[in-house]
Design a protein around this ligand. Structure first.
Ligand code: SAH
Length: 262
């Protein structure tokens, strides 16, 4: 695995697997911010916003290591070789991932590989897309009246593993990641798995950013509405009665809103 296997390393760096949050730069944790400020190498994937990257020193080396950058969207489970090399050279490498590193971020695979290579690592959690989208759209993921559980699931699950009813519970809130092109199949599969056609559902695109959009419907009509609205990725699909309980804040003068203050 390591280019320096076979002899003793004197200086050894470290890899920080850091959650960059869902979009808005001020949704980063204080720890992520601090680690980023001390980085000499920043390896980031495509979901990480430019505003977050700006928090690292301009003198740091920036490496794009997203699946898009590597040209291999679905089958690259391995950590980028540049990350391993820089760490072995003694650098503090920040591996920045959208949302949380351990929620569909392949952070688990990368951590396994770093452990196997004997490279120290630390995980800094981030606000995952589901949590960011819930907060910014006013949809509580759990609610005492209608949802006592929430399931985070990849929209690929039913295509790769068959029957969706074996993958997701019959009740509670479901949040599907990576599924904008599969909203129709996912809704159909949920109905086949026993959820009512009238189940409320929503797609939130670019949650927590200035371009956030939400489309609300039911399992029967959501796919059509999403297509008509022309929503852009990244987007997540929220399913369950909590969508109907969405609470929209009374409007506040723009000058007082947190975004204006940021
Ligand atoms: N580790 C990330 C998820 C990576 S998988 C996290 O914890 O959020 C990428 C998927 O995350 C996208 O396909 C989309 O479904 C979702 N996603 C990421 N950022 C998003 C955002 N700002 N708004 C809506 N969905 C987002």
């Amino acid at each position: 695995v390591s280019p320096m296997d076979g002899f003793r390393r004197k200086s050894r760096g470290k890899v920080w697997l850091v959650g960059a949050g869902p979009g808005a730069a001020d949704l980063l944790t204080l720890r992520a911010h601090r680690v980023l400020q001390g980085a000499t190498v920043v390896a980031y994937d495509e979901l990480v916003s430019a505003d977050v990257l700006k928090l690292a020193p301009a003198s740091a080396e920036f490496i794009a290591v997203g699946r898009r950058a590597s040209g291999c969207r679905h089958h690259e489970a391995r950590i980028h070789s540049a990350v391993v090399e820089r760490a072995l050279l003694g650098h503090e490498v920040v591996r920045l991932k959208g949302g949380d590193p351990f929620v569909f971020g392949r952070g688990g695979e990368e951590a396994e590989e770093l452990a196997a290579a004997g490279i120290p690592f630390e995980v800094v959690p981030g606000i995952s897309a589901a949590l960011g989208a819930a907060a910014s759209t006013g949809i509580a993921l759990t609610h005492r009246d209608c949802a006592s559980a929430v399931t985070l699931v990849t929209a690929h699950a039913h295509l790769e593993h068959g029957d969706l009813s074996r993958r997701v519970p019959a009740e509670g809130t479901l949040v599907f990641y990576m599924g904008l092109t599969r909203v129709s199949e996912t809704c159909t599969a949920l109905v086949a798995a026993g959820r009512e056609l009238a189940t409320p559902a929503a797609v939130v695109s670019k949650a927590t950013t200035a371009e956030e959009r939400i489309v609300v419907g039911t399992l029967a009509d959501l796919a059509q509405k999403v297509t008509a609205a022309g929503l852009q990725p990244p987007a997540i699909l929220l399913v369950g009665d909590v969508v109907l309980r969405r609470v929209v804040s009374a409007s506040i003068p723009p000058a007082l809103s947190p975004r204006a203050l940021g």
